[in-house]
Ligand binder design. Structure first.
Ligand SMILES: [Zn+2]
Length: 364
């Protein structure tokens, strides 16, 4: 797929670029703390290795880590992070959870061909997304989040995969799966389970499965944005009841997030948004990071702080520093690197000067 085709998709409105809305945030926008983050993967169990990793990140100017683990993991690792001056956020895979496939296959999202992710997930075998409309799914997620929010010292519950499966994948991934997604194809379009169909019918009078061209129906798209937004609101209430914060990893711009995964994230009740501004996934260059960031910041209008996610495998050290500069120029309150364990000493040196000057410039 070359760039011309991508431009054509953009013209179709499927992937409208962020460049059209360069408005800066209003001058009266509340200021949020400048902060830099890292998602962490790999070996984080060993306490000595954990402390070394955090110490390296701290010296780079990163003071918040997003990490998945059991309750026991957090209980042992959060105090040592605090000693290091680091916040720990519980990184949660939200809708994509395969653990109930055997016991509750009916909880899983069904595509426009009638196939459930419980039986045949799209793209990869772990893409087992649950249906956001089901009461049982919502109740289960509330339980998971309540347990995390009860853990002492965690700074936030961080929602990832808080969305539908990609109805359209980021363009750079198309060749990997041998597909061209120039429109919404039925095998990637979710959810047409009985609960969703009946709920939409009650609301609109139509069964989405009977509509001649479901992707053309704005109300049906809106129903699905609202289903995800509704899950976020429920989980926000749960987290706030425990006096914790809620943060989320989202697709790079409001436009792309709605078009690809039905996230309407500018309407979410969260305390911070970390859009994954992974330029390489969209065949974009590093300066796109500023444009994409600016679209999100402008759309949020100062209501929620935004921290731009940067994809380290596509960024040699000098490019990583430039990417951070672009994110800050676009109005981000900081950056989040994916992922922290991939940073080399050269990456950390290059990043440190940018992050340190951003923090100094904010007067914090
Ligand atoms: Zn459903």
């Amino acid at each position: 797929m070359d760039r011309r085709d991508f431009v054509r998709l953009t013209a179709l409105g499927l992937l409208a670029g962020p460049a059209a809305r360069p408005a800066p945030p209003p001058a009266a926008a509340p200021r949020f703390p400048i902060k830099h983050w890292a998602w962490l993967r790999g070996d984080v169990q060993n306490l000595d290795a954990w402390k070394r990793t955090l110490s390296d990140l701290r010296q780079t100017g990163i003071t918040a880590v997003l990490v998945s683990g059991s309750a026991d993991f957090y209980r042992t690792h959060v105090p040592s992070a605090r000693d290091e001056g680091m916040e720990v956020h519980a990184w949660l895979f939200t809708m994509m959870r395969g653990e109930h496939v055997k016991t509750h296959p009916e909880w899983y999202a069904v595509n426009r061909k009638g196939v459930s992710t419980a039986d045949k997930p799209p793209y990869v075998d772990y893409y087992r997304f649950m249906c956001p409309s089901r009461d049982e799914v919502r109740a289960r997620l509330r339980e998971v989040v309540r347990d995390l929010a009860a853990i002492e010292g965690l700074a936030s519950v961080h929602l990832d995969y808080i969305r539908y499966p990609d109805v359209i994948l980021p363009i750079a991934l198309w060749p990997k799966y041998g597909i061209v997604q120039d429109k919404e194809y039925p095998e990637y379009d979710y959810c047409y389970c009985q609960v969703c169909r009946e709920a939409f019918k009650r609301q609109s009078g139509f069964d989405p499965a009977d509509m001649p061209d479901p992707p053309a129906q704005a109300a049906w798209r809106q129903f699905r944005y609202d289903a995800i937004t509704g899950v976020v609101s429920l989980l926000a209430d749960e987290v706030r009841g425990a006096k914790k914060l809620l943060t989320a990893a989202v697709f790079p711009t409001p436009t792309i997030a709605k078009a690809l995964v039905r996230q309407d994230w500018t309407r979410w009740k969260v305390d911070a948004l970390l859009p994954m501004v992974y330029h390489g996934f969209y065949k974009e260059d590093v300066p796109w990071i500023a444009r994409a960031t600016r679209e999100g910041v402008a759309a949020l209008g100062g209501r929620t702080p935004l921290y731009s996610g940067l994809y380290v495998p596509d960024l040699p050290p000098a490019d990583l520093a430039e990417a951070a500069r672009q994110a800050l120029a676009g109005g981000a309150q900081g950056v989040s690197v994916f992922h922290g364990n991939l940073l080399t000493a050269e990456h950390r040196t290059a990043l440190r000067s940018v992050l340190r000057s951003a923090t100094a410039g904010s007067g914090r």
